[in-house]
Design a binder for this molecule. Sequence first.
Ligand code: AMP
Length: 429
Amino acid sequence: MKILVIGSGGREHALVWKLAQSPHATQICCAPGNAGTAQERLVKNGSLVECVNLGAEDLPKLSTFAQEKQVDLTVVGPDNPLALGIVDLFQQHGLRIWGVNQKAAQFESSKVFSQKFMEKYGIPTAAAGTFSEAGTAKAFCASLGGKCVVKADGLALGKGVLICTNQAEAEKAVDEIMVSKAFGAAGARVVIQEFLEGVEVSLHALCDGKTAKIFPTSQDHKRALDGDLGLNTGGMGTYSPTPFLTDSQLADTARQVLKPFMCGCVAEGIDYRGILYPGVMLTKTGPKILEFNARFGDPETQVYLTRLENDLVELLDASVSGTLDRIDLKWKPQSSVCVVIASGGYPGNYAKGKPILGLAEAAQWPDVKVFHAGTALKNGQVVTNGGRVLGVTALGKDLKAAQAAAYAAVGKIHFEGAQFRRDIAAKAL
Ligand code: AMP
């Protein structure tokens, strides 16, 4: 099977690495990929993964490429091409592609859409209102005592969510999003949710239009600095499983969320095939959904795919075909921890092109896989090429062992300005 993976981050390297282990994969291309994807070899025939110099949002060129190369399955990593309708376009050309279509991508591209859907289909979520006018939005914030979360409706590079502790902050947040238009058209409407307290976890489920198969829990670390301080990032590290939900609580949550979700999709004519990734707050009164994402979380993918025992080609193929009910997901009993090494300054401005040393030494550590995110090859040397540079991921008999192995491997890797959190998985230990 010829496979095309779209994207260039740690998520896509993890997807490529896992797909390359499948006996069904005879050729894999990654558009545009990174220095890590370019080093992966297929188990089936030893051939190298080919990086193709096409951007993940260049839909017409990607579609032409897939037609010319007679790609059998395209796998989409990031949210933007999904929101732009890459799945619909490929399907119009008779191409087989894994990921949600444009209608289903609305769960991520519109917070108003998701909030209304959750309320209509009884999915547990925060008390909330949706607004297209600043005055009524502010009045709603006041009804929550100013302790609320103001969210721009559209995609805002993960920055459109403002947490407010009092009415003055809430009014400032509404003005920033709706009046000053800090996030452009994404802020024409807002969702305002009550502020929820609790432990936050990531859920993932693979869906095929009818069936949704839940993954084990994982937890991301969004803030840049130890102790959940500093700015929000795309994720500085993850681990799985988390101790915060027992297996039976996870099964209960899946019933409360996935069942009404899939029924609601059928009722609304949404053919949801791909990953559903809800952000969940475990509150005193039970789990509440904060938001939906319609693709794999980036650092989450790295811990999930190192634990997954199934053949990923078969899983994604079943998700496209609508035959997931015939497959049981199987997970390694070990724990997995992913520590992200980022460029100095991230998530603000940072330099690129810094040589990365120690990758070979880190790779020798048992049960460690170094996934590349923002890397490139320059004259045969791996150099930094983005904010999040590497996802150093380790399996261990328990979280403590996985954490120790991940940090031991991190200690082997050096580049100028490298920064990472030293407390990934600490909350669970
Ligand atoms: P979102 O993009 O909607 O997941 O929001 C980004 C982050 O803001 C989440 O990961 C939470 O940490 C936080 N957040 C969002 N909504 C709420 C809420 N209603 N209560 C407390 N924290 C929230």
